[in-house]
Design a protein around this ligand. Sequence first.
Ligand code: MN
Length: 235
Amino acid sequence: MTEYLFPPPAPVAIPIRDSRKRFPVNRIFCVGRNYAAHVREMGFDPDREPPCYFTKSPSAIVVSEGESGAMIPYPPGTSELHHEIELVAAIGRAGSRIAVEDALAHVYGYACGLDMTRRDLQLASREKKGPWDIGKDFDNGAVITPIQPADRIGHPAEGRIWLTVNAEPRQDADLSQLIWPISEIMSHLSRIYHLVPGDLIYTGTPDGVGPVVAGDQISGGIDGVGTVSLTIGPA
Ligand code: MN
């Protein structure tokens, strides 16, 4: 039997709605620039950009469940923490070089996610043509609701995606505006990685991203998928 120097970290797992089982997280892939109006607000041309990806660590996961949702401390190293509401696809079946028409069969279910972003650090990295990791991958930076199985809710292709901060509207769009829909993202990503059960894909955020400060209350939702809420605590 393997002896460890210290206890290995417990698996990161997400509740599945109306189930006693949990969804164990393997990798977290995130798609950048996937709604045209958000691509423009970030200073790019939405027409000819292929999907762009970054990753977050499973340890960044925070589950937002129920009315009160989650509370996270304001993260260190930033003075510009941004919200990004996103549809998250949870992979249930392995695959590589997946055809677009077969892709949705590999999705176990969907959740509502917040790709929290240290925008000042991300933009400074972008400026230096360096990796985005410190802007995107940090403790509590990947908020997610319990997963809704696709055999219960189907595969959402349209529906409102919205976010408010202290009840003020910030983001309001429709899933039908995704430049690369889930099936195309999965097909493209599966040519770069072997996708396996437990992988999550944050599919990108619509326009209206912006800063939050300690004490702010974020609420968001995606029609047919769920609602997420997050309170930002003191640093
Ligand atoms: Mn994002």
